[in-house]
Design a protein around this ligand. Structure first.
Ligand code: HEM
Length: 563
């Protein structure tokens, strides 16, 4: 039985040989029978070089008893899912045959995936490097300061202790796994090792029980299949049509405010109004105002540290808010099941999986309450960080404004979403620097092994997108706002399948990521056409990174109205 030591790493081919040699030496010294698999992922050019490299690797590794192979056509690659393998199929034959003539017009961009496995299995260690107790206690029970700069702490743990770090206090054990390989291993969860329900129930279960993220296994799969009906392209197209005039109305309100506003607050109001219309199907008015207020109470309560149902406390207001929303949706369900309306609530009421499964009333209610939460705080956070970076980088703001003007439309259509290339890069860069969800928790259902350590069942395993997004190993100059890193010639996010993970991955990959893209881009497009904004010279947004990234001061921006 072979043991995977380092699963897929994707690296530039110029670094291939060196990296493989390094990995090979590390492994070769400990184990016999190491097997290296090289596979060209984006090998439009230069397969010859890759083959030559593979051959020289083979020679280099021979003394260590290591075998090096390129993938033969049709070789089953157990590391990759069917959907990942499909686009590679045409490339595979090229790896073992002579390369075709080079097409001089194509960009030279290649990368190599490799995996290393050994035949001998060393005993995993149990002495996981530990964070100092005081540091752990401060992180668990400390106040807002711990939520503000989570990144520095994670960087310190990684730099001092390595890619696996344990934090324990009493019965509680939390294990940080750092880096894209860990993200891939945990999120894809090929061996059903992890529960998403357990940690998320502990975090928000009293306010948002039974949301999609709070379900595991077969039940989660079935619910996701049914919910999919509310996120298909025709549905997104209709949501956007409904959203555009609402954004225009919202922006008119901002323009009337003369010359400035708190961006975070303004986006929150706008996304809540949009949610009331798109998600619930109610128009602006007293009903929306009431619902938005209740909804804010729910979100505040889910993040509250003091979880006692005492009247007057945030948490109590949240519980009352939940009861209000449950009652509100329950009363509307019969009517929405009967009518063919196109808001998300009505779609969930009617949604059916291919096998004909449908949601019960309780399911619809739980999913609706969770969806509204999942959608609005995350998009508000993204819009705010984009607004900030564009204020600090006026050249980028002008570039995007030109791009939007060139589209020649006041509102974008669904088919325009992909066309706004610069806006795509800026959105991706904002999500890299300020991922709305900085960490992703799971609970281990069984003991498992990672990076040579045995991690016990019951441990809370924490991935950190915010840390991965700032790893120097993957992102040159990671603190710099540099949207071009997502442009095709650089494509830094494609160096590894899981180095850019603001939407998570695997079975719990954010179901609303396309919705978020549509919403963020349509708001930004209208903003760029209607306003030019800035922040005072030298201003730095004070960010609270957790639990959801947001500015502590609401991000005050100054603006100028454009004709
Ligand atoms: C920029 C905006 C957004 C970001 C950064 C984001 C991020 C994420 C992340 C990281 C997860 C996975 C969490 C985990 O694995 O523990 C997730 C899951 C989810 N998100 Fe989003 N999200 C965004 C917008 C939305 C929107 C607009 C919706 C709904 C319209 C939505 C609905 C969901 C749902 C239902 C899940 C659970 C999926 C599942 O368990 O299968 N999200 N989101």
């Amino acid at each position: 039985m072979s043991r995977r030591l380092r699963s897929l790493a994707t690296i530039d081919d110029c670094a291939v040989l060196e990296t493989v040699l390094q990995l090979g030496r590390e492994v070769g010294e400990e184990d016999a029978g190491v097997h290296v698999l090289g596979q060209c992922v984006d090998g439009r050019r230069g397969q010859g070089t890759l083959l030559a490299q593979t051959r020289s690797m083979a020679a280099e590794f021979a003394p260590f008893g290591i075998r090096v192979d390129a993938l033969a056509p049709g070789t089953p690659d157990t590391d990759m899912s069917a959907s990942e393998r499909a686009p590679l199929a045409p490339l595979m034959p090229l790896l073992v045959e002579d390369p075709p003539p080079l097409d001089p017009g194509r960009t030279l961009r290649r990368s190599v995936r490799m995996s290393i496995s050994t035949t001998a299995a060393p005993v995993p260690r149990t002495d996981i490097p530990k964070a100092p107790l005081l540091d752990t206690l401060r992180a668990l029970f400390g106040g807002t300061s711990q939520r503000i700069d989570m990144l520095s702490r994670l960087q310190r743990l990684y730099d001092e202790k390595g890619p696996v770090v344990s934090q324990s206090a009493g019965f509680f054990q939390l294990v940080n796994l750092f880096g894209p390989d860990a993200n891939r291993f945990v999120l894809l969860d090929r061996d059903d090792l992890f529960s998403s329900r357990k940690p998320w129930m502990a975090i928000m279960g009293r306010i948002f029980p039974n949301g999609l993220l709070l379900r595991d296994g077969e039940e989660h799969k079935q619910h996701r299949k049914i919910m999919h009906a509310a996120f298909i392209r025709p549905a997104l197209r209709q949501y956007l049509e409904r959203m555009n005039p609402m954004i225009a109305r919202g922006l008119d309100g901002w323009r009337a405010r003369r010359d400035g506003f708190l961006a975070f607050r303004a986006f929150k109001e706008l996304t809540l109004d949009i949610a009331a219309s798109i998600f619930v199907g109610v128009d602006l008015g007293p009903e929306t105002t009431r619902m938005n207020g209740v909804f804010e109470d729910l979100v505040a309560a889910s993040m509250s540290r003091l979880r006692l149902p005492i009247p007057g406390l945030e948490f109590h207001r949240g519980l009352k808010g939940r009861a209000f929303m449950v009652d509100y949706f329950r009363r509307l369900i019969p009517q929405r099941r009967a009518a063919s309306r196109d808001d998300m609530f009505s779609r969930l009421c009617r949604a059916e999986s291919e096998e004909g499964a449908r949601f019960s009333d309780a399911d619809v209610i739980d999913h609706m309450v969770f969806l509204m939460m999942a959608a609005h705080d995350t998009t508000t956070s993204t819009l705010t960080s984009m607004t900030y970076e564009l204020a600090r980088h006026p050249a980028w703001q002008e570039r995007l404004r030109d791009e939007s003007r060139n589209l020649g439309k006041p509102w974008i259509d669904f088919d325009d979403v992909e066309k706004l290339e610069g806006l795509t890069w800026v959105m991706k860069e904002a999500l890299r620097r300020y991922p709305p969800l900085p960490v992703i928790p799971r609970v281990a259902l069984r003991d498992f092994e990672w990076e040579g350590f045995r991690i016990p069942a019951g441990a809370m395993v924490v991935l950190s997108p915010i840390h991965t997004h700032h790893m120097r190993e993957w992102w040159p100059d990671p603190e710099r706002f540099d949207p071009e890193r997502f442009s095709p010639p650089r494509a830094e996010d494609e160096k590894h399948t899981h180095c850019w993970v603001p939407f998570g991955g695997g079975v719990h990959l954010c179901i609303g990521y396309r919705f978020a893209e549509v919403q963020v881009k349509s708001i930004m497009h209208q903003m760029l056409l209607g306003l030019r904004w800035r922040v005072p010279e030298g201003y730095r947004m004070p960010v609270q990174q957790a639990p959801i990234s947001k500015p502590l001061d609401g991000l005050p921006v100054l603006f100028e109205r454009l004709a």
